[in-house]
Structures are given as structure tokens and as C-alpha cells.
Design a protein around this ligand. Structure first.
Ligand code: AMP
Length: 129
């Protein structure tokens, strides 16, 4: 069965898109740790990020770097944290999380945003990409 992220790529379910290239996609995490929490994924469905071939792994890393730079411009924060978890969705992804302190990367304190707010932040990041 296709992963939920493959369904997003295929436009079967919506997302708040931030950036896209031929092989990668970035969109807002629907249950974010912070405003602007973004997921960067390869379009090819592979569960474990460390199973990507080197070329695609490097491409995803470079894509994530560009998205992180845009995110830093769009969201006031101390740093953009990068994290790989993968316990919930079996489709490789990199979390990019605007942080001000260590607790912002704990995946415990979640933030709520309205659809309008999600759209606004996605547009802001997109404009900086
Ligand atoms: P993990 O696989 O543990 O790295 O966590 C998966 C992440 O994907 C979680 O932070 C979820 O909030 C996020 N997520 C799950 N479904 C969606 C979706 N449809 N759109 C955006 N983010 C999602």
C-alpha cells in the first residue's frame, strides 16, 4: 500500500507545500513541534532514509539544506534543527524544525495552527526558497 506521503506526492491527499524539485518535496508537518516545522521527502517511496542510494540521499540532503535556509528567513528562530525519526510514517523524511531551545525538538509539545495560518507560513517559506 502507498504511504501517506506517496498519496501526497500523487495529490490524492492535500498538503501545505513549501518546495518541490524533480525528485524531492517539502511540506509542512500537520502536527508540528513549531511554526514552520517542515518535512523533506524523496518522491521515491523508500522506508529507511539510510537505504536511499547515495545520489538520492545527497540530493535530499542538499534539498533540505535549501529548504532550511528558506525556513530560517521565513520564521524567526535561533536555529533550524534537522531530525530523522521515521517511527510513524514508513517513507523516508527529514524534519526541519525552527527551534529556540532544546525542548523544541522533543516531539512532545505540539503546536496548533488554523488552515489559514498553515497556508500563510507555507507561502512565506515558499517565497524564500
Ligand atoms: P515520524 O515517522 O516518526 O518521523 O513522524 C512522521 C511525521 O509525519 C509526524 O511528525 C506527523 O505529524 C507527520 N505527518 C503524518 N501525516 C502527515 C500528513 N498527512 N501531512 C503532513 N505531515 C504528516
Amino acid at each position: 500500500m502507498a504511504s501517506i506521503f506517496t498519496k501526497i506526492i500523487n495529490k490524492e491527499i492535500p498538503c501545505y507545500k513549501v518546495a518541490e524539485t524533480e525528485n524531492c518535496l517539502a511540506f509542512l508537518d500537520i502536527n508540528p513541534n513549531a511554526e514552520g516545522h517542515t518535512l523533506c521527502i524523496p518522491k521515491k517511496e523508500i522506508d529507511n532514509i539510510f537505504d536511499l542510494d547515495t545520489e538520492l540521499y545527497n540530493e535530499l540532503m542538499l534539498f533540505s539544506k535549501k529548504v532550511a535556509k528558506a525556513l530560517k528567513k521565513a520564521v524567526p528562530c535561533e536555529r533550524i534543527a534537522m531530525s530523522v525519526i521515521g517511527l510513524e510514517v514508513p517513507h523516508a523524511h527529514i524534519h526541519l524544525i525552527p527551534i529556540n531551545e532544546m525542548k523544541d525538538v522533543t516531539f512532545v509539545n505540539k503546536k496548533k495552527f488554523s488552515e489559514t495560518e498553515f497556508k500563510e507560513i507555507a507561502e512565506k517559506i515558499k517565497a524564500s526558497f
